[in-house]
Each structure stands twice: as C-alpha cells, then as structure tokens.
Design a protein around this ligand. Structure first.
Ligand SMILES: *[C@@H]1O[C@H](CO)[C@@H](O)[C@H](O)[C@H]1NC(C)=O
Ligand SMILES: *[C@@H]1O[C@H](CO)[C@@H](O)[C@H](O)[C@H]1NC(C)=O
Ligand SMILES: *[C@@H]1O[C@H](CO)[C@@H](O)[C@H](O)[C@H]1NC(C)=O
Length: 509
C-alpha cells in the first residue's frame, strides 16, 4: 500500500515551557482553569468528536434519536424505511464545527453511526467505521475541506463484521485496526486486503461479563515496540497484531472492578519521553469506572452505586508490571481523559454514581481534575473550576490545537429529550481552558513562529524538527520542550489513537 507508506502523521506541535510541580501552588492559587460557552445549540448531541487537520471538528450522534435540532442543507432529506424512529428525516445527525470561525455546518450521514469508532488516516481523512443496524458494517470517509463542500462518503459493507462499541487505533503502516464491539470477540483491519481479515481474540471472550459486558470500547494503545496494549474490563494484554499473538498478560487491577462499558472509566497512555533509549518507559493510567454489580443495580433496580474513585497506573514494559493505585479527589464514571500539551492529563465529564446506559447515571461531576504524572505520589491531583452543565452518558471531550479542551454532548435518553427529564439532551458546546491558559502564564506561553513541520510540510521518523518561537518571559533553555500530540477520535469516554510525545531538546538558541 504505497499510499500509506509515507509517514505524514497528523500531529499537533505544541511548545511548552515546563511548569513543574513546584509551580503548582501558584497555579492553584491563581485559579483552576475556566469555562467558555462556545455554541448554545449545535443541533445534535456531541457523542463522537474528531479534530481534523484544518482546525475543524467532525461531530455526530445517531440517526435513530428522532429529529435533531439542525436541518440538512439544500432541502436534503434521508428516507430510510428500515429506520425505527423517523423514516423521512430532513435533519442532520452530524455537523462540522469550525473552531476558528466558530461556525457549525450540517453534514449528512446515510446510515446509523451510533456508538461507532474511527481514526484519521495519514492523509488527513477521517475514517469512521460501523454503527447500529443499517450502519453496522459501513465505513464512512470525511476528507477535510475549507470550502464547505465536503461531506461524508459512505462505503457499503466495507467491514467484515458488525462493529458497534468497538475501538480503533491507527497503525504505523497507516491502516487502522478495529477491535471488538458488541458480540464481536475478534478484530479486523481497514482497509481490508484480499487476505482473511477477521481474527478471533480470546481475551475479549475472557473479559466479557455475561449479560453485562464490561469490555466494550476497550482501551487500546500502541506501545513503542509496535505491539498493542489492550485493556478490557479490569485487565490487559500486550498483543502482537502482526502475528495474532498475546505476548504478555498483565495482572488485574487491584479490587477487580470493571472499567469499560457500561462500567465506563477512561484511560490514557501517559506522555512518552526519552524516546532514544532502548526500552521506552510507557505507562498507562486508567481512572474511574463502576464497582462490580453497579450496572445491574442501576439498570434493573434504579439504585445508583457510587462510582470508583481510583486510578490504576502501570509501566507496561516492566519485566514485572504491577498496578499502582491512586485515589482521585472524586468518584467518577463516564469521565473523559485527555492528554494536555504540557504532559498533564485532564479528567472531565461524567457522573459520581451509576453507570453508562439509558438513564443509568446520577450525580454529575462538574469539576474537572488535573493529573500531574510527574508529581509526588499522593499529590498528583488538582480539582479545577466547575462547569454548570452536566455531561452524562454520551458526552465527549477533545483537545484543540490552541490547548483548550472542547466539551460537548450528553444524552442519557433513548431519543432527543429536552423536557421533563433529569438530564435533558445537551446541545451546548463548551471549551475548558486549563490553568496554563491563565493570564498569569502569558509571559511563559510561546507563539510558534515557524517550524519544519508546519502546515503543508511533513516530518518523518528520525528527522530533525526545528521550531522557532516567541516568548516574552525569560527562559531557562533546559526547561524548553516540544511535544507533539495525535488528536483523538473520542466517544464513550475513550480517546482513540490519542498520544503525546515529548521530543528531545537538542539545542536551544
Ligand atoms: C430547534 O429548536 C428551536 C427551539 O426549540 C426551534 O425553534 C427550531 O425550529 C428547531 N430547529 C430545528 C431544525 O428543529
Ligand atoms: C423521500 O420521501 C418523501 C416522502 O416521504 C419524498 O417526497 C421524497 O422525494 C423522498 N426523497 C428521496 C430522495 O427519495
Ligand atoms: C422524554 O422523557 C419523558 C419522561 O420520561 C417522557 O414522558 C417523554 O415521552 C420523553 N419524550 C420523548 C420525545 O422521548
């Protein structure tokens, strides 16, 4: 596949003047970040989000929620006799949000994209896979454009299996792997070749709690050695997808409580540093979820069990890897974990009790929490300023190029429901500005003047990257570092293909 051979990955370049934990007290005292309402009504619930390389975000929910609050353009309508809710629908269920112009544009999906997955190809195309019913084996492509002419292009039966609640990850060769999904204990690749394309994965059978699951939307990360770390329910394996082989089985998280859908926690691969050493230390952090039995209690008994308030952190390349447990300031299920350009982790959205699924969450957690991976054990968390908008089931959060975090969605109901319910369908889009965007850090915040990897130019593996930047404060050369971030496909509290590299600092002039 020569087309995917070039390594033109879509990454953001972020320059960050390290604000080390010793500055933390200052940050804390000066405020814990801020919220901004970006759009009062984007017409749909932001259930799935992906930032593209032109600073636009593709957002979609589903075609069987009923009529959305935004019309399709040019009198377009979708007729689908197999739809359960509306067979003739002139509303949009996907939109494009232009971050710079602050504008919403309706897009048209042909079939149901609900609870699907995706990844961005090296050439910038968003490849979305699967969904529900008529959409479950479809692939939809969105090629970013600046002229407002691009829209979803759908390919029928492009997947071997139905993919609903699956996880995708972009691979070093440019393909994507699609893992699991409801009733699918296997994985496949896109694009597919003529070779057999479905491979059973026993681990998904082993982690499936009968009748409850707890292993959907598994947390998948690409290790530096090319293998995949796959976490489902309460444990993980290191997996060689090229040879269809489990290489390592990690211990279960202490306590054994489930962390994947519907007991939805979240996870990130912590920033990768020291990229020149032989064995790079890669660490995964899994936070929140719901105690065993919570889904049954919520779904069948309407009892809402307090969510998990723990995180497990593991060095995945250790000869004897062990989970180290840490306590969050608050319990959280359905939180979204997002890597920030300075290497910290934001945990935002979600609920303090219950689980994912219709009407199953209670006690919205309005305060985001910051996690300092390099902080001293026992003081890594910092509670930040709250939003006023509950973001329950079917909400999402992604990092924007300017360092803000885009937050949207929430619809714990089987249809759009704006009245007479505890948590109305949420059409508002917000941005959270982490503490580093505070005025008190203006003197430290760099402006990138030019770089050898700016738009239209590409950087490959092992190539030198130079960056020119401006900063008004006085710099300590050693404290300058450059990070690059792969923007995620985010849904159901998991940011797929999200990754942050801390690049070496060879020379500062
Ligand atoms: C969106 O909601 C507003 C307020 O309820 C309503 O006036 C408008 O007609 C709706 N638009 C669509 C396309 O449903
Ligand atoms: C969809 O159905 C409506 C009637 O329900 C009809 O007027 C319209 O022409 C149909 N559109 C297409 C594209 O088939
Ligand atoms: C919204 O929820 C309420 C309360 O459960 C219910 O009575 C109503 O029918 C729902 N509306 C829609 C449009 O689903």
């Amino acid at each position: 596949m020569p087309r995917y051979a070039s390594i033109r990955f879509f990454l953001f370049l972020q320059l960050f003047m390290a604000v080390q934990p010793c500055h933390r007290v200052v940050t804390y005292a000066a405020g814990g970040g801020g919220w901004q309402l970006l759009q009062n009504n984007i017409g749909i619930a932001a259930l799935h989000m992906q930032l593209l390389n032109n600073d636009r975000v593709v957002i979609y929910d589903r075609t069987d929620f009923g009529l959305s609050n935004i019309s399709l353009p040019d009198g377009k309508c979708r007729n689908d006799s197999s739809e359960l809710v509306v067979k003739h629908d002139c509303t949009a269920h996907s939109v494009e949000y232009d971050v710079l112009a602050k504008k919403i544009r309706p897009l048209m999906v042909q079939t149901n994209v609900w609870c699907s997955s995706g990844a961005v190809f090296p050439d910038g195309r968003l490849i979305q896979t699967g969904g529900f019913r008529d959409g479950d084996r479809k692939v939809r492509t969105f090629f970013p454009c600046n002229d407002a002419k691009c829209d979803w292009v759908e390919t029928g039966d492009a997947l071997e299996e139905k993919r609903w609640y699956s996880t995708n990850h972009i691979l070093p060769d440019g393909r994507q792997i699609i893992i699991g999904g409801r009733g699918q204990f296997n994985y496949e690749f896109y694009p597919k070749t003529s070779a057999p394309n479905v491979y059973n994965l026993r681990f998904l059978v082993e982690t499936n709690d009968r009748g409850i699951e707890n292993n959907l939307y598994p947390f998948v990360f690409l290790n530096y050695d090319g293998n995949l770390f796959i976490f489902a329910n309460n444990r993980a394996v290191l997996f060689n997808y090229k040879e269809d082989k489990v290489l390592k089985t990690y211990p279960a998280i202490p306590g054994g409580d489930p962390r994947c859908y519907p007991s939805t926690g979240s996870a990130v691969l912590l920033p990768l540093k020291n990229l020149r050493v032989a064995t790079i230390e890669a660490e995964v952090l899994v936070c929140g979820g719901a105690p065993k039995g919570s889904f049954y209690q919520a779904d069948k008994k309407h009892k809402f069990v307090k969510a998990l308030d723990t995180c497990g952190r593991i060095k995945i390349n250790d000869p004897n890897p062990q989970w180290v447990m840490e306590a969050m300031p608050t319990a959280r299920v359905m939180g979204d974990m997002t890597l920030l350009p300075n290497g910290n982790v934001l945990i935002v959205n979600g609920a303090g009790a219950g689980t994912a699924g219709w009407e199953n969450g209670r006690n919205p957690v309005l305060n985001p929490v910051l996690y300092w991976p390099d902080g001293a054990t026992g003081s890594r968390f910092q509670s930040l300023n709250p939003s006023t908008i509950p973001r329950m089931y079917h909400s999402s959060a992604i990092l924007l190029r300017d360092g803000r975090v885009l937050v949207g969605g929430s619809n714990p109901h089987i249809g759009y429901n704006f009245t007479g319910v505890l948590f109305p369908t949420e059409l508002r889009l917000e941005a959270f500005s982490p503490p580093y965007l505070g005025k008190q850090f203006n003197y430290l915040r760099p402006t990138i003047v030019s770089s050898s990897a700016s738009q239209g130019k590409f950087i490959g593996y092992k190539q030198k990257l130079s960056v020119r930047f401006k900063v008004t404060g006085k710099l300590v050369a050693d404290s300058v570092s450059v990070t690059i971030v792969a923007p995620s496909f985010t849904t159901h509290s998991f940011s797929m293909s999200h990754r942050l590299l801390v690049l070496g600092n060879k020379k500062v002039t």
